[in-house]
Design a protein around this ligand. Structure first.
Ligand code: HEM
Length: 69
């Protein structure tokens, strides 16, 4: 799970490209840029900076486990 609030203004496209994916499962959107092309390794590195936790499966409202500080 990622908090991209701070990154949105930095993304090379207008925020409108990412905003529809906020709050949702967006793995495929990230992997394809919604047009069948993967992001670069540079983008993967940027993404890692915004990780806030890992979703735990098993319920209509999934819990978020935060990494130890
Ligand atoms: C989740 C939805 C996302 C979509 C649909 C999306 C889509 C796009 C598109 C259309 C471009 C410009 C065209 C192109 O380079 O092919 C782009 C470029 C880029 N995006 Fe995203 N993006 C998303 C999320 C992110 C995230 C979360 C990051 C990093 C935190 C990121 C980092 C970048 C970077 C660094 C570029 C420049 C080209 C590259 O390095 O691949 N994007 N993205």
């Amino acid at each position: 799970m990622y908090d991209l609030s701070a990154y949105l203004p930095e993304h090379p496209t207008p925020p409108s490209i990412i905003l529809p994916w906020c709050g949702k499962e967006a793995t495929e959107a990230y992997q394809t840029k919604a047009k069948g092309r993967a992001h670069s390794p540079r983008a993967d590195q940027a993404l890692a900076n915004y990780a806030i936790g890992v979703l735990e499966s098993g319920g209509p409202v999934a819990a978020v486990s935060r990494p130890a500080e």
